[in-house]
Design a protein around this ligand. Structure first.
Ligand code: SIN
Ligand code: FE2
Length: 214
């Protein structure tokens, strides 16, 4: 660990691949505010398990906040302005979410990032996200900013083809991953979550992924 002259910890910026970075514990200091604000979002747009276009139920429970929300059903994957459960707009992105996402993006060199969508994922034991590309957004010049809360998980980060070799790294409460530029369309995923208990998140891992979708 690095300490500067004033005794603060330097937040490490680890390069995974050109354009892809891990900011260890970047969200640690504001995690309790994020957690509190997340509960407000979930009271308006509760967890649900979406269906894949092929009719399978996803193991990850999801919600959204921001102007646009990512949805999946028999008609396909897309961004929608309304929560299909309520018919209402998605809850607004809390200021704590916006500040964190923009500052993490800036730290990774993307200083024009203005997210309009935040997909919220909840993994319980066994839940996983298979290798996929984030490609439902309109502007691939903008990065993805992904914030981990709660239980640790193994993040998979591959190449531009599904069959390319995959890096594995453990993501912990407060870690942020940013990928953009040449890494924007890399395949990524999460291995099945191991059972555990986290003091804030209980038996779950929560992931916030911020996107400029529209
Ligand atoms: C995602 O790919 O949307 C989420 C990745 C994660 O949960 O870390
Ligand atoms: Fe993704």
């Amino acid at each position: 660990m690095n300490h500067d002259l004033f005794g603060h910890m330097e937040q490490a910026l680890i390069t995974l691949q050109p354009g892809a970075f891990i900011l260890r514990d970047f969200a640690g200091d504001c995690a309790s505010q994020l957690w509190q604000d997340l509960q407000q979002v979930l009271s308006a747009a509760p967890w649900r398990h979406m269906q894949t276009p092929g009719g399978l139920t996803m193991s990850v429970a999801m919600s959204n906040c921001g102007r646009l929300g990512w949805v999946s059903d028999h008609a396909g994957y897309r961004y929608a302005v309304e929560d299909p459960l309520s018919g209402q707009p998605w809850p607004p992105m809390p200021p704590s979410f916006i500040t964190l996402a923009e500052s993490a993006a800036a730290k990774a060199g993307f200083d024009r990032f203005r997210p309009d969508a935040c997909l919220i994922n909840r993994y319980e034991a066994g839940a996983k996200l298979s290798l996929h590309q984030d490609k439902d957004e309109r502007d691939f010049s903008q990065p993805i900013v992904s914030v981990s809360l709660g239980l640790p998980a193994t993040f998979l980060f591959g190449g531009l083809k599904r069959t390319d070799p995959v890096l594995r790294t453990e993501l912990h409460h407060g870690d942020v991953v940013v990928w953009g530029g040449p890494a924007r369309l890399r395949y990524h995923g999460i291995l099945p979550l191991k059972a555990g208990q986290h003091c804030t998140a209980g038996n779950a891992r929560i992931n916030l992924t911020f996107r400029a979708a529209g």
